[in-house]
Design a protein. Structure first.
Length: 582
């Protein structure tokens, strides 16, 4: 079972590299140059043997010296070019893996990110691919040249003295008994290191991205302790890795020493008996080093290979996750039809339903408000309308067609979304207003959208105007300014369906007035769905749907609900302070 799993991991790793379109010509040239470098190395002991056997100043002829010089120069040149090409090819492979992984990640559905921490996901693109990069760019060169050097050296040694060569082979099974189990432990350890590194990255990412919350909550000590816990776990993994390396390094030295003692002892006896010359013994020892040193490189390669397979497991898992299909389906070209919510049910977990048998109709070009106590499922409905999730049962239809029949890309282009916490990306105001646009936005269009969103005035007062940097998550802007930028972005998008999720709930009265005016411009002529806690913002809606604990308990205009729905009337009396005579 373990062997099958190991073979599967190995095949998956090779398949990952193969699908990353390695530059075969480049790697082929590097391989040829590595072969040339090794062949040059294999000629050096022959020169040495001749020098030892007949050493004198007269024996050093000009052609012999020139031959050695040329051999050394060729070795340096071909070795350097080979290393560069292998590094270039390795970096290209890793860049392609990162591109595949990044494309996959931004195509994954929202539920994936619900179940995986952001830092862990980011770590797969940075840390895990970095391990694979280290294998290809640092270890692969030594592995390829080492294999060639070992094969060439053994061939020559068998020709020179097959008895001493067979004596040398006795040591290899001993080394295998040591290194194979250590390699298995290194693979398991590598997976643990990658997982813990991803978790630690997630902890850092959370604390740094929400540093204002950390400080405002006085949670520095809590975050420090969690960070220290991750550091200590990584430290413990490092110690365990050090223990394994502490076994490998002395054992390598032991194998080398054992070989040297055996070869020198046996070879010295043969030199004494005249069976071989002193020069042949020196050449034999030099060839031995051309076997032993590559063996060290190969053992390092396999150690790194175990780490890379551990890292590749996590990458392959992401690449194997089902992604959103953006293209399949009918192209949604017109949304000027009623949106029918038909017996819709949904829960993030099967045994914890959020929406229960919800049904109502959203009229085209009208304003529909969804109100009710917190936790009733209002924002979840927006997520279903955006198709971030699939309903457990029931459906949402546009006219006669279920929205799942439309291609995801074309459907989402019909929707503009302004949320309570309008997301702002790091960059300029221009970047944020134009974000997601599938066409080139002119300065005139940009200014029009800003003017309609009542944002143009404050933007022009900023030092660089539309090119002003907003800071991470728009921290250099006020809440009202962020909302108006979000509205300008939606105006440029020109959606037919508009979703407003508590768009003014966190604003002061002055900002709210401005944003309400901007929203009025945005809502004109569009099918608008509003989520609101404050009834004052939706009393004029064409239809108000009251949702409690995932169920629709009433719908109608404000006056109708006030007369017929007790909880709505309670909300209205508390919020609007209305004095109604019956």
């Amino acid at each position: 079972m373990k062997i099958e799993k190991k073979q599967r991991n190995w095949r998956q790793f090779v398949d990952l590299i193969r699908k990353s379109e390695p530059p075969k010509l480049l790697l082929g040239i590097a391989l040829v140059l590595s072969l040339a470098t090794t062949l040059v190395n294999l000629t050096i002991p022959v020169f040495t043997k001749n020098l030892v056997n007949g050493f004198s100043m007269d024996a050093l002829s000009g052609p012999q010296i020139a031959g050695m010089a040329i051999a050394f120069i060729l070795q340096v040149i071909s070795g350097g070019v080979s290393v560069y090409l292998l590094n270039r090819g390795g970096n290209q492979i890793v860049a392609n893996i990162r591109e595949r992984l990044w494309r996959k990640m931004i195509s994954l559905p929202v539920p994936y990110f619900d179940n995986h921490q952001t830092g862990e996901t980011v770590s797969r693109v940075t840390n895990d691919t970095g391990v694979i990069k280290g294998l290809i760019t640092e270890q692969l060169t030594g592995f390829i040249t080492g294999i060639i050097s070992i094969i060439g050296s053994i061939t020559i040694l068998l020709y020179m003295n097959w008895k001493m060569t067979l004596l040398m082979f006795i040591v290899f099974p001993i080394a295998a008994l040591i290194f194979v189990p250590v390699g298995r432990k290194m693979f398991k350890l590598s997976k643990g290191i990658q997982q813990e590194t991803a978790h630690f990255t997630s902890t850092l990412n959370r604390a740094v991205s929400e540093v204002r919350l950390v400080k405002a909550s006085g949670a520095e000590e809590v975050e420090y302790n969690q960070g220290v816990s991750g550091i200590r776990k990584l430290y413990e993994f490092g110690l365990r890795e050090g223990k394994l390396l502490a076994i490998i390094s002395p054992m390598v030295s032991f194998v080398i020493l054992l070989l040297l003692v055996a070869i020198i002892g046996f070879g010295g006896a043969q030199v004494s008996s005249g069976a071989m010359s002193a020069g042949e013994l020196v050449a034999f020892i030099l060839y031995l080093f051309q076997i032993v040193m590559p063996l060290t490189q190969i053992s390092q390669f396999f150690t790194q290979f175990q780490k890379a397979m551990g890292a590749a497991d996590s990458i392959i898992e992401i690449l194997g996750t089902e992604e959103e299909d953006q293209e399949t389906g009918i192209v949604a070209t017109s949304s000027n039809k009623p949106i029918i919510v038909d017996h819709l049910s949904f829960g993030y977990k099967e045994d914890e339903p959020i929406l229960r048998d919800v049904s109502f109709t959203i009229a085209p070009g009208k304003v529909t408000a969804i109100v009710g106590p917190s936790g009733g499922g209002k924002t979840t409905f927006f997520s279903l309308l955006e198709r971030f999730y699939k309903p457990t049962s029931g459906a949402i239809r546009l006219g006669e067609k279920e929205i799942s029949q439309f291609s995801l890309q074309s459907w989402r282009r019909q929707i503009g979304y302004v949320s309570q916490e309008s997301p702002i990306i790091a960059g300029t105001i221009r970047d944020n207003i134009c974000y997601g646009s599938d066409r080139e936005i002119t300065q005139q269009q940009l200014e029009w959208a800003a003017q309609m969103a009542y944002a143009d005035h404050f933007i022009r007062e900023l030092p660089q105007g539309y090119d002003t940097e907003v800071g991470e998550r728009g921290m250099k802007l006020s809440g009202g300014q962020r909302q108006r930028i979000a509205i300008a972005r939606a105006l440029l998008r020109d959606p037919q369906i508009l979703m407003l999720d508590e768009a003014t709930s966190n604003l002061d009265s002055k900002s709210e007035d401005v944003v309400q005016k901007a929203l009025a411009n945005l809502m004109e002529g569009r099918t608008t769905i509003v989520i609101a806690h404050r009834l004052s913002t939706v009393v004029d809606a064409d239809l108000i749907v009251f949702v409690e604990k995932g169920r629709v308990t009433g719908s109608g205009t404000h006056e109708q609900l006030y007369r017929n729905h007790s909880l709505y009337r309670e909300f209205a009396d508390q919020q609007l302070r209305m004095q109604v005579t019956t």
